[in-house]
Design a protein around this ligand. Structure first.
Ligand code: ZN
Ligand code: ZN
Ligand code: ZN
Length: 466
């Protein structure tokens, strides 16, 4: 519960902030303790609240789960990306002049799928896959339809038996590892490309990034990444311009070379005793960002933020973990998505394979294997948005400053100053804040019984990972 801050010293019997439709109920209290005397003041307790609980926002990023929190999430994501491109939220405006790239990375093909082809981005649609003949399963190898943007067939395999579902799921599971290897290799490549050692490079240059993961219609995750090149100064917290030699062309060339041959090893679902090399697809897009002011930065930030609030599938049936194949049977989900989830469950039935995959993917052992925990995301267990430490601010910081703002406003409206349990100004170092809160269900009082952990939808999500 460390992301839930209940250091509220003002009475609050208001409804959940921001109209959250799926609030989390908590029971407990917050005490202020005098560091010197050990004197304890209970400043807030759920005991005096309706039903003996307080409600906090779910902070879910998906619109289908909570429209209000999703809107806030999208706004925060946009701010977080924008701050790293144009400054703000503690980042100097001068970052706008740093070399930066906007990169889209995709998975390889796991079998032909219906797609919208056109000459140019907004050109008229062309035939999907002009080809004759049939596959070994007797299905046509080609498709002569000109698919429109909204066509439900887009991303679906031409033949479900030709599509390598197991390969697709393993690729999704390995994506965070592949990205990490790519980042590491990029640093070595830039060092080599500039005739320096990695240690020498790190003394002068820092590569930071923010990335958003998007689930494509074909059920594979792809990444949108902003890469920014900073210099380093004696003060590690200072963001300064990089040396001239660390320009956008050098970084882009190195990245291209790395993407073409970086691989990571995963267990092979077809031959459990062998390894399979996991690599990027050939469809990447690397663009230098021309940042001439907050406008272009804002456009990119909005573009990235848009992906973060999308559901894994349009129907939203897979917004939450799938508990069993019987549970999957009750969900309304299209055949392709269903088969991807089923593949996760089938692969997980081989415990040795599931364990080997978790090890390869750097996933900590849990009660369930990663394949089961993230079957609803077709094996992908990574975060939907991640950034390097120095890129810009964090969701936590943005939420924290919003809470401080709300409390300051509430105090001002009540005509009181923002003080702690001892009447000292908020944040006084002589006061220690002790919070003791426990999960007490989900949903607003009056909307039926609270849902407890383990029952329908009982996953506490306060961040971007679910
Ligand atoms: Zn919510
Ligand atoms: Zn087609
Ligand atoms: Zn086939």
């Amino acid at each position: 519960m460390n992301s839930v801050d209940l250091g509220v010293s003002l009475p609050e019997n208001r409804p959940v902030a921001g109209g959250c439709s799926s609030p989390i109920r908590l029971k407990g209290h917050t005490d202020h303790v005098d560091r010197a005397t050990g004197d304890v003041r209970r400043v807030f307790s759920s005991a005096g609240q309706p039903d003996g609980v307080v409600q906090v926002r779910c902070n879910n990023r998906r619109e289908s789960v909570c429209p209000a929190c999703s809107t806030t999430y999208q706004r925060d994501a946009r701010r977080l990306v924008l701050a790293g491109l144009a400054g703000g939220s503690g980042v100097p405006v001068s970052v706008g002049g740093h070399p930066a790239l906007f990169v889209t990375l995709t998975a390889p093909s796991f079998g032909p799928v219906h797609s919208r082809r056109s000459a140019g981005k907004h050109g008229p649609a062309q035939a999907c896959r002009p080809r004759r003949g049939v596959c070994p399963h007797g299905r046509p190898l080609g498709c002569h339809v000109r698919h429109d943007d909204g066509d439900h067939r887009l991303g679906r395999p031409l033949c479900v038996d030709c599509f390598d579902y197991r390969g697709a799921v393993v690729w999704n599971a390995m994506l965070p590892t592949l990205w990490k290897a790519t980042r590491d290799r990029l640093e070595s490549a830039v060092a080599a490309g500039s005739g320096r050692s990695v240690a020498a490079l790190r003394r002068q240059v820092r590569v930071t990034f923010v990335k958003a993961a998007e689930m494509q219609a074909r059920g594979l995750v792809h990444l949108h990444v902003v890469v920014r090149v900073d210099g380093r100064s004696a003060d590690p917290d200072e963001v300064v311009a990089p040396p001239v030699w660390a320009g956008v062309d050098l970084v882009a060339d190195c990245l291209r070379a790395v993407l073409a041959d970086v691989t990571v090893e995963a267990p092979d679902p077809a031959h459990p005793d062998q390894v399979r090399l996991v690599r990027w697809g050939e469809q990447h897009d690397i663009r230098a960002l021309a940042l001439d002011g907050p406008d272009s930065g804002g456009k990119i930030a909005s573009y990235l933020a848009k992906y973060l609030t999308k559901s894994v599938s349009g129907g939203g049936a897979l917004d939450r973990p799938v508990r069993s194949l019987a549970h999957l049977g009750l969900l309304r989900v299209d055949g392709h998505a269903r088969r991807l989830v089923e593949t996760c469950w089938q692969l997980a039935a081989d415990e040795r394979f599931a364990e080997a995959l978790d090890t390869a993917a750097g996933r900590l052992p849990g009660r369930l294997s990663g394949l089961l925990r993230w079957s609803h995301a077709f094996g992908f267990g990574g975060h939907w948005i991640t950034k390097s430490h120095r890129y810009s601010t964090t969701f936590g910081t943005l939420r924290g400053s919003r809470r401080v703002f709300a409390r300051t406003m509430a105090a001002a409206n009540a005509g009181v100053g923002l003080v702690d349990g001892f009447g000292r100004p908020d944040g006084d170092p002589r006061t220690i804040i002790v919070r003791d809160w426990a999960y007490a269900g989900r949903g607003a009082p009056g909307n039926g019984p609270p849902r407890q952990d383990g029952s329908s939808g009982g996953v506490v999500s306060t961040g971007g990972r679910s």
